[in-house]
Ligand binder design. Sequence first.
Ligand SMILES: [Zn+2]
Length: 296
Amino acid sequence: MPELPEVETIARDLAASIVGARVRSVWGSGFGLHLGRAVDLAGIRRVSAGRRIAAVRRKGKFLLVEIDDDARPTAPEARRGIVIHLGMSGRLRVEAAGAARAPHTHVVFALDGARELRFVDPRRFGWMAPGAPLTARPELAALGPDPLLELDEAELARRLEGVRAPIKAFLLDQRRVAGLGNIYVSEALHRARIHPTMPAGRVRAQAGALLAGIREALDLGIRNRGTTLRDYVDASGERGNNAAALRVYGREGEPCPACATPVRRRVDAGRATFFCPKCQRAPSARRSRQGASHRG
Ligand SMILES: [Zn+2]
């Protein structure tokens, strides 16, 4: 599933190629996307048809295609637009209008210059919806801070305080911090030397190291144009290069890059976590009791 670095890579590619282009028309396949939900094509047409694309940005794992109102150029926070989630296998490609459409093409924005922005999603876990203004979309309003744009150490510490859930679950919860998934959580926790089962509230004193680990893992992912394990490709159809740079994710039994101890894999709530048992010490019963006494 695309996480923050993959969505950022696509947002940057699209920003370079379609900002300023005018949306001529919008076509939909008629298939429901995420959970069978119908795409609000009428609403998407209402916010975009005949108007120019003002910006392509990202918040968490969401892509935001902002649309200008030509009559009244709008401030960024007031812009209408379309929010897109790529789900498991969603792809966005800019192609010549005459090029054959790939199977599983579900939404097509015809742009001027005889180009099309196409949303292709074989597994149909992706999703898109209009917003006017875009920032009023409830999915965006519910998101926690973006770790690259909106989060600092004090705010992360404040959010960790008193949380008993494991730090892995905390970081996967998009309402607490937006943008991380399974891959970059494993990578960030390894960099910060924090065990994935550590209660989040007990990581508070390490908020600075944790934030640094998150940012290092994400920045590297962006520099490498994303991690491709199976489906992910960028807006040009190219695979990302970050898989080779992963320290622990997918590397069970391989030496930890910091200490050479074999990397371990564990499964929590059906999702795999990879970690180094030496660099990332499991929470001990003694410290757990201390943690409990501090909570009062
Ligand atoms: Zn290690």
